[in-house]
Design a protein around this ligand. Structure first.
Ligand code: ADP
Length: 491
């Protein structure tokens, strides 16, 4: 609702003005003021939001009225009627905040409504802009990010509260300061690109505050200025430093641990080698003497003693195999390996011939799929590998089932993969890697005898020859072991 104060002594003019205004505005309430006391009353009541005043008044003049109104309600728009000849006064009043002036003559009255309308629009727009600016300012002040603006020389012209807080400075300490003094970094910026730097600010308590400073050179038609953001990144920097320290410590500890482990490993291997060596001599005499008793004195033994003796011989035979396997395994780490071209076909033939008795005993069928390549390896080591895999393929099978074994190779880039597939009992997925460890067995000695070293030798030997070994298998559907070795290159 427009509550308009119309200050004019001339009743005819008031009539004309009112007519113009009522024509333009539907929601308008006009209060006429014709003397000083009426004006005082309205000023006390404060029941208006727009004023039109004549300059020429019997009891005062428009300028005095204008000053009175503005001193009490600075936001209230005031329009003044002036006679020709008073324009200079009107212009001076405009400079002091008068919203508009109109020459008082009948032909100018029609302009009045337009002027009021445009002032109202302007006032609404200004209020909106002020509200927006206040909101922005309050947001900027609440932010924990310092926001600033400097002129093209780098002299600070605007900043928010957080800017002062982050820098630990008072307004007087930053007043007219150059950015280069505050941050000790150059503000030579190229147009429309942001410069982001992380810098330290020494603090009174000798601590260091890390800040991230972003500066952008903005160019408009009228001016060039630097806009910037200041963010406290001390916590992030401290966390990064702590993490780096942690990583360094961890690396040192891992290195120490690795050295320790390597030492322990080396002495364990030595220990295994010497123990197996030393165990061999007494074991041989146990086996020798037991054999002598069996061969020469068995007539004097009753059935029970013969049974015990048989068990001694079997147990010492098993111990002998275990010691041999252990020795083979520890030898793998000790010996210097000669790598050369090895004919796979020959190795497979030799392994099969060594296993002939077992193959026959189990009525095994072996399908050797030629051709085979030359690989880089060590002949006796590779023979042991193939032998171990074939021996397992015959061994780990359900009783009463005929072992069916297939051997073939497949080229894989620089490598040759030798596959040995059986129709045995298979290996559960989760144990397939474990069985390549020393003494890792999935079955009790009574069901499937063994030492648990065969596959450990297979993997270690493959690795020492520059390759790898593994298995694909499913319980009840057999296993497919493979050994991957480098293909021998003639060049
Ligand atoms: P050993 O044969 O002396 O038990 P290995 O190291 O050769 O020791 O094998 C470790 C374990 O892996 C075996 O005890 C067995 O449980 C499993 N295994 C090895 N080869 C096969 C196979 N072809 N089929 C099923 N299981 C196997």
């Amino acid at each position: 609702m427009l509550n308009l104060l119309l200050i004019d002594d001339d009743p005819n003019d008031r009539l004309l003005i009112k007519r113009e205004l009522y024509r333009e505005f539907t929601e308008i309430n006009i209060t006429e003021v014709t003397n000083e006391s009426e004006l005082e009353q309205r000023l006390i009541a404060k029941d208006f939001n727009f004023v039109i005043t004549d300059y020429q008044l019997r009891w005062s003049d428009g300028l005095t009225v204008f000053i009175k109104i503005k001193s009490q309600s600075p936001a209230c728009p005031v329009v003044m009627f002036t006679n020709t000849g008073n324009e200079e006064i009107a212009v001076a009043a405009m400079k002091a905040g008068l919203d508009d002036y109109i020459i008082k003559s009948p032909q100018h009255f029609f302009r009045l409504a337009i002027a009021v309308r445009s002032i109202l629009n302007r006032v609404t727009a200004t209020r909106k802009a002020t509200r927006l600016e206040n909101r922005l300012q309050s947001l900027l002040n609440q932010l924990n990010v310092g926001v600033f603006r400097a002129n093209s020389e780098g002299v600070l012209v605007e900043y928010n509260n957080a800017f002062l807080r982050l820098l630990g400075l008072t307004p007087s300490q930053v007043e007219a300061k150059n950015l280069s003094e505050l941050f000790l970094v150059s503000n030579k910026l190229s147009e429309d690109t942001s410069q982001v730097v992380e810098i330290t600010l020494p603090q009174i308590d000798h601590d260091i505050k890390w800040i991230s400073l972003t500066q952008t050179l903005n160019t408009t038609e009228a001016e060039i200025y630097i806009d910037g953001l200041v963010e406290d990144i001390t916590q992030r920097k401290q966390a990064e430093a702590a993490l780096q320290q942690l990583n360094q410590n961890l690396e040192i500890r891992v290195r120490q641990r690795t050295t320790e482990l390597e030492e322990v490993n080396a002495s364990l291997k030595e220990f295994a080698y010497f123990i197996s060596h030393d165990l061999r001599a007494p074991l041989r005499s146990i086996q020798g003497f037991a054999q002598i008793i069996q061969n020469q004195y068995s007539d004097g033994l009753d059935a029970k003693a013969k049974d015990y003796l048989g068990r001694v011989i079997a147990a010492s035979q098993q111990l002998s195999t275990l010691i041999k396997d252990l020795l083979d395994y520890s030898q793998l780490n000790r010996q210097q390996l000669q790598l050369q071209a090895v004919n796979l076909a020959e190795i497979i033939a030799q392994a099969l011939s060594q296993l002939e008795t077992e193959l026959q005993a189990k009525n095994a069928s072996v399908n050797v799929c030629e051709p085979f390549s030359l690989v880089v390896g060590n002949a006796s080591l590779l023979l042991q590998v193939v032998y171990n895999l074939l021996a397992n393929a015959i061994k780990f099978i359900q009783p009463g089932i005929q072992p069916q074994i297939r051997i073939w190779e497949q080229a894989e880039g620089e490598f040759i993969c030798i596959y040995i597939e059986d129709n045995g009992i298979g290996i559960p997925k989760e144990r397939q890697n474990q069985i390549f460890g020393v003494f890792e067995r999935l079955h009790p000695e009574e069901t499937y005898p063994g030492t648990g070293i065969g596959l450990a030798i297979v993997r270690k030997a493959a690795e020492r020859m520059g390759g790898s070994a593994g298995v694909e298998s499913e319980v009840g559907y057999g296993s497919k072991f493979y050994v991957r070795l480098r293909k021998y290159n003639f060049s």
